[in-house]
Design a protein around this ligand. Structure first.
Ligand code: E4P
Length: 215
């Protein structure tokens, strides 16, 4: 499963990119707003790091506006995936953009039927938001299970990008189901690395190493 960071922070992206475990980045208007930089400048900076998949969201709500923004975003860098919301206007825009060879990430997906529609219009990624479903008292992971099964039933090529991930169990469950990608905040990715027994084990090994005769 590919691991993406859900952030627009250059510091966070650079830090995980240097570790070598990062496959991509997803941004959204709220994440971009936190950085205090111009959107396109920020995207250029992220892409310049070498990240192969960078999702950048349109903010227009009508099809024509989405097409205009999507075409502009895709020109910024070959790593850009255009993020389009799951609305009727978004479906129309995705159909056209996909037809032009633009890779589209359909976002704000909360049902399996919406995921089915995203596949129909040729989206490269579909982004179901599982944490926000959990917040509403609906199990977000169940949605991932349904989408993966439906896509397998019909040999759909759209990749399932598990979004709104809140903790490492979300990542684990998504991987067990066979989702293609999970995008997560920096803090969650850090937790994937850590285990208290690793720290304890390393401390003990180093302590014992002191007893080995040297020289
Ligand atoms: C996905 O692309 C979104 O940016 C993101 O995962 C939303 O997550 P949130 O529910 O934590 O805001």
């Amino acid at each position: 499963m590919q691991l993406f960071l859900d952030t627009a922070s250059i510091t966070e992206i650079r830090s995980m990119w240097d570790v070598g475990i990062l496959d991509g980045v997803t941004t959204n208007p709220s994440l971009v707003a936190k950085e205090g930089k111009k959107f396109e400048d920020l995207l250029r900076e992220i892409c310049a790091l070498g990240v192969p998949s960078v999702s950048a969201e349109v903010v227009a709500t009508d099809t024509e506006g989405m097409l205009r923004e999507g075409r502009r975003l895709r020109e910024i860098h070959s790593s850009i995936y255009v993020k389009v919301p799951m609305t009727t206007a978004g479906l129309r825009a995705t159909k056209v953009l996909s037809g032009e060879g633009t890779r589209v990430n359909m976002t704000l997906v909360f049902s399996a039927n919406q995921a089915l529609l995203a596949a129909k219009v040729g989206a490269t990624y579909v982004s179901p938001f599982i944490g926000r479903l959990d917040d509403q008292g609906q199990d977000g992971i169940d949605l991932i299970r349904d989408i993966v099964q439906i896509y397998r039933n019909y040999g759909v090529r759209t990749q399932v990008l598990v979004a709104s991930v809140r903790h490492p169990i979300h990542v684990l469950e998504a991987a067990k189901i066979g989702a293609n990608i999970a995008t997560m905040p920096y803090a969650v990715m850090e937790k994937l690395v850590q285990h208290p027994l690793t720290d304890l084990g390393l401390a003990k090994f180093l302590q014992d190493w002191e007893k080995v005769p040297k020289g």
